[in-house]
Structure formats: C-alpha cells, structure tokens
Design a protein around this ligand. Sequence first.
Ligand SMILES: C[S@@+](CC[C@H](N)C(=O)[O-])C[C@H]1O[C@@H](n2cnc3c(N)ncnc32)[C@H](O)[C@@H]1O
Length: 210
Amino acid sequence: MNLARKTMNAPALAAVYEHAWRPSLFWLASGRTTETDRRDAVTSLRLDGNQRVLDIACGPGNFTRYLSNHLNDDGYAIGVDYSTPMLARAVVDNAGPRVGYLRGDARTLPFADGTFDAVCCFGALYLIPDPIAATREMIRVLAPGGRLAISTSFHTDNMFGHTAKAVASLSGLRLFDRDTFPKLFAEEGLVDINQRVHRFLQYVDATRPA
Ligand SMILES: C[S@@+](CC[C@H](N)C(=O)[O-])C[C@H]1O[C@@H](n2cnc3c(N)ncnc32)[C@H](O)[C@@H]1O
C-alpha cells in the first residue's frame, strides 16, 4: 500500500478530514471552497428529488449527506469507500434519513448495471490504483439518462506539469491530463460532456443517453 492510500486509512485523518484537511488542501489546489464544490455537485448531477445517487470514495460522507439533503420521496444517496475509519466517521458525522454507507472497492462495485440516476466521485480517482477501470464501473452502474460527475487532479502539458506528475507519483498520487476523462467518457458513449479546470483540479460531468 502506498503512502497516499495509507494516509486515507488512518483514523487520525478521518477525524480531521471534513472540517480541516479537505477545506484547506482543496482550496490550495483549486481556489474553491467545499461549499462551492458541494453546490456545483448538486447542479452538475441535476438533483431534483427522486433520484438514486451513488457517491464513490465518499470518505467521511461529507458530500453524500449534502447530496441526500437535496432528495425527497424515494430518493436516496449511498456512499461507498474502502477505508473503515472513513466510513466509521461517515456513520457518526453524516447520517441522515436518505443516506447509507457501504464498504467496497470502486473498481468492482456490488451493484447491477444501470442502478443509479446519478453517480459521482470527488477527490479520489488520483488515489485509486486503476482509475480507468473505476470510472468504467461508475458508467456501468449509471442508468440511461443518468448524470456522472467527477473531480480529480490535473496537470498542464508542459515541463512544470510533467515534473509535478513525476513528483506526485512518488507518493502514489496520479495527476491526469486534460484529455483522459473527456475522451474516456466519449468512448463509453456519454454525451453532454463538460470539463472545467481550476488550478490543479479538474471537474468533468456528462450524461448517459436515455
Ligand atoms: C480524499 S478522500 C475524498 C472524500 C470525498 N469524496 C471528498 O471529495 O472530500 C478519498 C477517498 O477515496 C477512498 N478510496 C481510495 N481508493 C478507493 C477504492 N479503490 N475504492 C473505494 N474508495 C477508495 C479513500 O478511502 C478516501 O476516503
């Protein structure tokens, strides 16, 4: 297990992740606040109430519960993560009437094809050993007409970007170029693909055709 994955499994990180670690590191990486990221998640997933939402690599549930607050009727949000300490925090800190948590690996999701109306994965693809397989899994469980949204790392296509990529990889973090996810989404038949880059992070969303 590399350093990045070990860190995500540490109970001490799980305890400070939502209120200290994420707000500060993501602000440095992207210039954006967690509140902005949360609001954009609801908008890009087009949540309007009755959806089945899957939050991959949910950490302590810091997005999962927020997303579930925008659901009603039969809507619900499920967070999946492999880290037991993160899930323990999720259950304590981010429980709710329309939210549940499950331990699992993003690369082999225990759900049938087309189960969810909205699937997201924020701040995690750069940690997952096979991020392309994990992304294909997200698309597999997405229902026709459903929305997919990810946020992950970004490196520029110049010497600075390639150096940053090499340095990050020493700790087990991947930096992705501009094309990887839009191209993969298109190859998998997704449409309405929209990418935004903020410093070292990229946000990409898309629709599975109905
Ligand atoms: C930086 S946290 C992101 C939490 C939250 N999504 C956010 O944006 O703040 C990354 C999470 O990815 C999880 N993770 C990494 N690899 C995973 C995998 N293969 N399957 C499921 N979760 C994974 C880690 O346990 C960790 O909780």
